[in-house]
Design a protein around this ligand. Structure first.
Ligand SMILES: Nc1ncnc2c1ncn2[C@@H]1O[C@H](COP(=O)(O)OP(=O)(O)OP(=O)(O)O)[C@@H](O)[C@H]1O
Length: 255
């Protein structure tokens, strides 16, 4: 579990995160949503230790990240998987080498052991027989699968995804969402996803936190979001006519 308590982060005189508290549980897909500039990226970067908070704490199964010793920090880094916007694969390396990279970096496994693990995760993301391909030879959806395989190759406790659906068509986006959700459940990973995609909110929002001007304005599930009366959430999530209609249909059904 990740527990965030009263997190404050600013740059110079500008306070960006203004006292965020929340909990993210294992086995759940946790979504961070909010308008552009609301602080989602700063929040995600704080979770992965790229920003140091001025105030407040982030604890990973009871361990506060700012109090880690160098050794604990190394250990914690190995417990984290990341899927970046745009996949961030190494273009000149094959799929196999991309996925093997964290194992080479952090473990002393033999080549055979590494290959066994790489093949296992590639199979899990349904990309077997693509070991020798280069990223440029793959579709955007396949590249995301490689990124997910690389993120889980170390068997992480925590998975952070920044806009995992960006650049994908709606159908592929849902497939990728579902894959992340399945893997999260299967390996009981605590997954936090920064997203703009309202389909993701509806499909895999097991816990959603809505940031508004650096504060947590609302939190709940994708079911709760249909019936919330919170004006900021409603005007953000239901700004499109399609989602307005989906909400109306849902509310009529539950009357
Ligand atoms: N390194 C930085 N130095 C100064 N200001 C920053 C820095 N990083 C972010 N900010 C500011 O913090 C605010 C929140 O930015 P952030 O990138 O977290 O928003 P966001 O919700 O992720 O937006 P988007 O959806 O457009 O990616 C913005 O006003 C931004 O200018």
């Amino acid at each position: 579990m990740i527990e965030v308590k009263d997190l404050h982060k600013g740059f110079g005189d500008v306070e960006v995160l203004k006292g965020i508290s929340t909990k993210f549980y294992p086995g759940k897909t946790n979504l961070i949503i909010g308008q552009s500039g609301s602080g989602k990226t700063v929040f995600l970067k704080s979770l992965i230790g790229l920003h140091t908070p001025e105030k407040g704490t982030i604890s990973f199964d009871g361990r506060i990240n700012t109090k880690f010793t160098e050794e604990e920090k190394q250990q914690w880094r190995q417990e984290i998987g990341m899927v970046f916007q745009g996949s961030a694969l190494f273009d000149s390396q094959t799929v196999e080498d991309n996925v093997m990279f964290p194992l080479k970096m952090f473990t002393k496994k033999s080549k055979e052991e590494m290959l066994e693990r790489v093949n296992f995760v590639l199979k899990r993301v349904k990309l077997e027989n693509s070991n020798d391909k280069l990223p440029a030879e793959l579709s955007g959806g396949m590249q995301k699968r490689v990124a997910i395989a690389r993120a889980i190759v170390m068997n992480p406790k925590y998975l952070f995804c920044d806009e995992p659906n960006s650049g994908l068509d709606p159908r592929t986006a849902i497939v990728i969402d579902k894959l992340i959700q399945e893997i999260t459940d299967e390996y009981q990973i605590t997954t936090v996803i920064n997203t703009h995609d309202m389909n993701s909110v509806m499909e895999i929002g097991e816990k959603i936190i809505f940031l508004n001007k650096g504060k947590k304005e609302w939190e709940g599930t994708s079911d709760d979001i249909f019936s919330t009366e919170n004006e900021a959430v409603v005007s953000f999530v239901y700004s499109s006519n399609l989602f307005k209609k989906v909400r109306e249909a849902h509310l009529n059904k539950t009357k």
